[in-house]
Design a protein around this ligand. Sequence first.
Ligand code: FE2
Ligand code: FE2
Length: 292
Amino acid sequence: MKAHDFSGEELRPLQSIEQWEDDVLLRYPDAGEPAKAKEEFRNYENPGRDTVRDFYRLNHTYQTYEFVQEKRADFLRFNRKEMPVWGAMEFLNTLVDDSDPDIDLDQLQHLLQTAEAIRADGHPDWFVLTGFIHDMGKVLCLFGEAQWAVVGDTFPVGCAFSDRIVYPEFFALNPDTRDERYNTKYGIYSPNCGLDNVSMSWGHDEYLYQMTKNYLPEPALYMIRYHSFYSQHREHAYEHLMTNHDKEMFEWVKKFNPYDLYSKSPKPPVISELKPYYEDLIAKYLPATIRL
Ligand SMILES: [Fe+2]
Ligand SMILES: [Fe+2]
């Protein structure tokens, strides 16, 4: 059952879901790069900024504790499709980003570039595999989900929203802000209860984590589950909910983030050359088929 019926504009405020990541890049430019391009990097016909604002207005309005529980109850049954992991990647790749004026790369190429950058730095193979699959949860878009329930910064629900989350003013529109169960610092949680006990806003990160949690080493699972949790891994706004173990594991999340943000290059990876290596990696860690 759907609690809300969203209009087309509400479902798809962005021209493409890549617009969200482009905006993240503006917020967190590569420290190693000359300050070149902030403006040059994106030049949409209609400046993307308002679109992204709109996206966050919807995200912050509708990502309530209850909304998240509904999505979990629905999607974590994994009853939509079953396919090999490479097949799921090809399925994801049917979500083509045709609005990007700079670089005409699709989803699979972003994943391969992320993974290849990790591999080039000599990291363990499970880290490379994590880079390769980290956005596979974006298949949610292909199931008709609203963009703001697939991508966007993630944050805890069930407790007060931090003002270190991007566009915090829009949380005034979220009914949880007026619900005394949820609007205190700890809300339904207790000090340092551990992030595993915390519901995050719904999106591709949690979805993929739940899909892969029995198969990958713990650092990989943290990277997958929290890679869009910028208010913590960049802004440190939620340490009061974390255990010491969470904090240690977040070193991996931080290590992963630059590969996700800064590995985009116009030289497209040759998929056919790389496929055997990644098929072997998938076979080493993941089951023959995966349920979406
Ligand atoms: Fe992602
Ligand atoms: Fe990504």
